[in-house]
Ligand binder design. Structure first.
Ligand SMILES: [Zn+2]
Length: 342
């Protein structure tokens, strides 16, 4: 990006209420068959327009064509049985009924490539596409086949790489892997979490990002955050290895979180998507609050590598709140941009 402080979102944005029940994750679709196919693309257009209207520089599909950032990708793979369900703890935090891995996993057809081509046709702005990361994928499944988290992660990394190469060919500028699990399983992150992520980006020429956060603003996550104490130092575990990795951009959560800003120093040299919008609150940030977070981050990341962003996806928020937050992000980034250029 030539512009200083290019803005973007972590990924998901609210869906229109005619497409899916609002303010929910895993919200069921309200349409069927061809109407659903058309409705998803219409929602993608709307979501793009809202981002452009708010002045967001690096735009996305708002994840309008997927029900959930992990599940929808897995639904397209073979080897996973969605009828056979087991209850497990997700990210050591909350119980969920999850599908079972019953055989070798593979991608029999592209998952999001057609959607990405569609988005590419709608805009000349840089586009970012989010995929789940290998570690976060295995954490939402019961594995009866490989019986090894690491083995399954390597298989998913291979599949993600196939999808990522096709997304790149479709004209995606930044491919982002969502790895909230990196803030939970520290030993595994360093043993095989980052190596499998690097396998997923193998051979890509476009930019690559990893998004590590404290999750959507749902109750299980906000309750968990209350137990984390006054300083959240989780990034300290993964950042030193990520700094040495081939990933270009690290997306993290800074607004209203207790993450000590100086942890960003650990990824010096990488581009940083600084979360300056809290997705766990309906209160719309003021431009000055956004600017303040960005100024603090500027102590630890060079201005040409700072990308103002949201803490996480905004899918569970009311649409008008998400719109207000996008506008606040743009306005806050503009304040700091003016200061830097003055
Ligand atoms: Zn997130």
């Amino acid at each position: 990006m030539k512009i200083l402080l290019p803005t973007s979102t972590a990924g998901s944005l609210p869906k229109p209420s005619w497409l899916a029940e609002p303010e929910k994750i895993w919200s069921p679709w309200k349409l069927q068959d061809q109407e659903l196919t058309d409705g998803k693309l219409d929602a993608l257009r709307l979501s793009l327009q809202e981002q452009l209207h708010a002045g967001i520089h690096i735009v996305s599909d708002g994840e309008q064509t997927r029900q959930h950032f992990v599940t929808t990708f897995i639904e397209h793979l073979s080897g996973v049985d969605f009828e056979k369900r087991e209850t497990i703890k997700i990210r050591n935090r909350y119980d969920a009924s999850v599908p079972t891995v019953v055989g070798a996993v593979s991608r029999t057809k592209p998952v999001f490539v057609e959607d990405a081509k569609f988005l590419r046709q709608q805009t000349t702005q840089p586009i970012k596409w989010a995929l789940p990361g290998p570690m976060t994928m295995i954490d939402t499944l019961y594995d009866r086949h490989y019986r090894s988290r690491e083995k399954l992660a390597w298989e998913f990394a291979k599949i993600l790489n196939q999808e990522a190469r096709e997304l790149e060919a479709a004209g995606v500028d930044i491919i982002q892997f969502d790895e909230p699990a990196f803030n939970v399983f520290f030993d595994e992150v360093n043993d095989w979490g980052i190596p499998t992520l690097e396998r997923a980006i193998e051979g890509l020429q476009c930019e690559t990002a990893v998004h590590i956060c404290y999750g959507y603003g749902i109750k299980a996550n906000t309750d968990w955050k209350k137990t984390l104490g006054s300083e959240w130092r989780h990034y300290e575990e993964s950042f030193p290895k990520l700094q040495k990795s081939n990933i270009d951009i690290v997306s993290l959560e800074c607004q209203n979180s207790r993450v000590p800003m100086d942890l960003i120093e650990l990824i010096r040299g990488k581009k940083v998507m600084v979360g300056a919008i809290d997705v766990a609150s309906h209160t719309i940030e003021t431009a000055e609050e956004v600017a303040d977070t960005l100024r603090k981050a500027l102590q630890f990341v060079d201005a040409d590598k700072l990308y103002p962003c949201t803490n996480c996806g905004m899918a569970p928020l009311p649409r008008e709140v998400a719109r207000g937050k996008l506008n606040a992000l743009t306005a806050g980034a503009q304040i700091v941009r003016n200061e830097l250029l003055a």
